[in-house]
Design a protein around this ligand. Structure first.
Ligand SMILES: Cc1cc2nc3c(=O)[nH]c(=O)nc-3n(C[C@H](O)[C@H](O)[C@H](O)COP(=O)(O)O)c2cc1C
Length: 434
């Protein structure tokens, strides 16, 4: 491998794949999981470290007070629960890591610890948990609450949640199972302990009834972007997902997270930062540029879909704002605050319509041939210092995945920039192996 290899992850959603072009046969049958199985196999072969599955828990009707446009554009719903799908994806692959999103605001910690411990067992140590605190009152209303707790309060609850979950995962020693026919003991009760947690938000006795899993602690993934979120991520996460703007923003984010990690007594190298990208690939530069023009033209045409999506995740009814004016200063969100601030900064002064139709959910623009993009990614990692990229395509398609896995990944591999193979058995070991 070259001096500075980096890692690749895929942002997956268990939602409708590309259906507008008519090129997809998956528009109606994506939910039987074969589509995702094909996808994860392609990624494993191509050298990806992991596939992450995002999640949310509602059908939004924030935009204009109706779910009509949300369902028309199929942006956030319909969607499947990622947690059970992890088992199928892992069964269909050998070594790639699989990350599922689960919310600390809605899961009880015992159930979450048990579910992810089980997944870690059945995947032989290949699972990760993307910790989210959720960002929509509409989701809260599905769990007996009127509103979500406030943004920073959610992170405070999440801190205690993680403390409980960690204690439960540690409630079984690694050598608790002896399976000794001579003594007649299967498990040694002195190595299995209650946790007796009584905190401000949770009361959990323990121990887990699931033995210690192969990784002990599944890989912890997070995407905090606000100051409070960054602290949470720096303290708890092994793997970070982020969309800072441009090379300077990427470097600032990574340096900041590493400094915060040190403040919490962690080795910053134990945290791997992944930057969201969404490359547009062509056989020639002209072809790639033409594809980008088409992409942007479609975006302008589908401006409404973009706004419906933002309305869902930020719970701001954009339909009542004048699209020909910038976002008024007094508009705030209790949802994705870091994302909202980044968005306002990147497009400050432009009209809402202009900003939304120019919006690319990516840290840097990558347009060109596989070789050109591979060089750009190499240069970016050299400048930023690491650690990897998270590919995001919404909606995605088999055709796009192939462009990445059969076009870009071989170009990266020829340069020694991505892994040839997995040296270890578990996701955690592979993640920290370089
Ligand atoms: C790449 C990426 C993936 C994310 N996936 C989810 C998700 O699946 N579910 C969710 O509720 N939030 C998700 N988020 C939102 C984050 O959890 C977080 O709320 C957001 O980055 C804003 O940070 P803040 O909460 O610190 O303001 C994601 C964010 C990013 C950048």
């Amino acid at each position: 491998m070259a001096a500075s290899p980096f890692r690749l992850g895929w942002f997956g959603n268990l939602t409708t794949p590309e259906w507008r072009t008519g090129w997809s046969t998956d528009a109606l049958n994506w939910s039987d999981a074969r589509y995702y199985i094909d996808m994860v196999r392609d990624m494993e072969r191509a050298g990806f470290d992991f596939m992450m599955l995002e999640d949310s828990l509602m059908v939004s009707d924030i935009y204009a007070g109706t779910a009509e446009l949300e369902l028309k554009h199929a942006m956030y719903a319909p969607k499947l629960d990622p947690v059970p799908v992890v088992s199928m994806l892992a069964y269909a692959t050998e070594q790639i890591g699989i990350v599922a999103t689960a919310s600390t605001t809605f899961y009880p910690p015992y159930l979450l610890a048990r579910t992810f411990s089980t997944l870690d067992h059945v995947t032989r140590g290949r699972v990760g948990w993307n910790i989210v605190t959720s960002s929509e009152d509409r989701a809260a209303q599905n769990f007996g609450m009127d509103k979500l707790p406030l943004h920073d309060k959610r992170y405070e609850i999440a801190e205690e949640f993680v403390e409980v979950v960690d204690a439960l995962w540690n409630s079984w020693d690694a050598d608790a199972i002896v399976a000794d026919p001579v003594s007649g003991y299967y498990a040694d009760h002195t190595k299995v302990r209650p946790i007796n947690h009584k905190g401000e938000h949770f009361s959990v006795r323990g121990p887990l009834n699931t033995p210690r899993s192969p990784q002990g602690r599944p890989v912890i993934c997070q995407a905090g972007a606000s100051p409070r979120g960054r602290d949470f991520a720096a303290k708890n996460a092994d793997l970070l997902l982020c969309i800072p703007n441009g090379l300077e923003g990427m470097k600032e984010y990574r340096d900041d997270i590493r400094a915060r990690a040190e403040k919490f007594g962690r080795n910053p190298d134990d945290i791997k930062v992944f930057f969201v990208v969404s490359p547009i690939i062509g056989r020639t530069m002209d072809e790639a540029l033409a594809k980008r023009d088409e992409f942007m033209a479609n975006k302008q045409k589908n401006y409404e879909a973009q706004m419906v999506h933002f309305a869902a995740i930020m719970e701001i009814d954009f339909s009542v704002l004048d699209p020909d004016k910038p976002i008024p200063d007094d508009v705030t969100t209790n949802g994705h605050q870091g994302t909202f601030e980044g968005w306002k900064q990147a497009f400050g002064g432009r009209t809402i319509k202009d900003a939304a139709s120019q919006m690319r959910v990516a840290s840097m623009e990558l347009v060109g041939t596989p070789d050109h993009i591979a060089d750009e990614m190499d240069k970016a990692m050299e400048y930023v210092g690491g650690d990897g990229f998270l590919f995001l395509a919404q909606p995605t398609s088999r055709q796009y995945i192939r462009e990445i896995t059969e076009g870009l990944c071989p170009a990266l591999r020829r340069r020694g920039l991505i892994r040839e193979k997995f040296a270890h058995k578990t996701f955690r070991e592979n993640l920290s192996s370089f």
